[in-house]
Design a protein around this ligand. Structure first.
Ligand SMILES: C[S@@+](CC[C@H](N)C(=O)[O-])C[C@H]1O[C@@H](n2cnc3c(N)ncnc32)[C@H](O)[C@@H]1O
Length: 263
């Protein structure tokens, strides 16, 4: 069954306990994804030569998601990870703040008969889930978009059960300077061209490099996860660190985290 826990006009509930800067960032990101939702999957295939499918399959395999578990695919977009995870048998909620992206996900899930997946419109900084309720959280290319990375990770930690798993897939920053320069050049020059050709929207794809430059990427995210008390934090670098997967386990006795508490 698919359900949308958003507002009737398709806008998302505002994050709680956060400032106007956060709200205006979320609004910009929401508008950006709304504008490219219909062609999002096509551009993903073109810009990564289809490789994003392999990276997402790897996340699904690493998740060890299984029957009897409840998973949350946060920033689910058009549902790639949710579709992959659903094949493994557990129940799943896909959450995203953007209505057009969720509509694409709903269409794809319906076509595949994945009826153990629910979809909900929600802000990652204010999840409509109780404390310690999910076994697994996956975030594919979502964390980088949040106005406040630490607040997003705290909210994820709040909803994870003790011992629950968190997997994050996102763009990375290669440690090798030459590779990083070539990679950033590719993101700066080619992605806006693909965005313009496929969606008539170059700026939405120029945003990837801008957001990546601000993002703390593989090393920074791993450090925050360790600081937050996760254990067995692993970083898997893909293609010389241009992409990365984080895996982290919430402690059995993680200190209690309260909803909406800002950092
Ligand atoms: C780059 S897409 C990734 C979609 C999908 N996970 C994938 O891997 O293809 C990022 C998604 O994050 C969502 N998003 C960004 N900020 C969000 C927030 N604060 N709360 C919920 N979703 C958010 C966007 O609407 C968008 O659908």
């Amino acid at each position: 069954m698919f359900w949308f826990a958003g507002l009737a006009d398709g806008t998302c509930p505002q994050p709680v306990g956060t400032g106007t800067e956060t709200a205006s960032h979320a609004k910009k990101v929401d508008q950006l994804f709304g504008a490219i939702a219909r062609r999002y999957d096509l551009v993903n295939d073109i810009q990564s030569l289809g490789l994003h499918r392999l990276w997402k399959r790897r996340v699904v395999a690493l998740s060890e998601f299984r029957e009897g578990e409840l998973g949350l695919d946060l920033c689910c977009g058009t549902g790639d990870l949710a579709i992959g995870l659903a094949k493994r048998g557990g129940s799943l909620v896909g959450m995203d703040m953007n209505h057009p992206m969720l509509r694409q996900a709903a269409g794809r899930l319906a076509k595949r008969g994945r009826n153990q997946v629910s979809l909900a419109q929600a802000d990652a900084l204010n999840l409509p889930l109780g404390d310690g309720t999910v076994d697994l959280v996956t975030v594919g290319y979502g964390l980088r978009n949040l106005a406040n990375l630490k607040a997003g990770l705290r909210e994820i930690t709040r909803v994870l059960k003790p011992g629950g798993r968190l997997l994050i897939l996102d763009f990375g920053k290669p440690a090798n300077r030459v590779i990083r320069s070539v990679y950033f050049l590719y993101l700066a020059l080619m992605l806006p061209v693909f965005g313009w050709l496929c969606c008539g929207n170059a700026s939405a794809y120029a945003y990837i490099l801008k957001s990546l430059k601000k993002y703390t990427a593989q090393k920074g995210v791993a450090a925050v996860l360790r600081d937050m008390g996760y254990h067995s934090v692993q970083v898997i670098e893909i293609m010389a660190g241009t992409m990365s997967i984080h895996i982290a386990i919430k402690q059995e006795h993680h200190p209690q985290i309260h909803r909406g508490k800002t950092l």
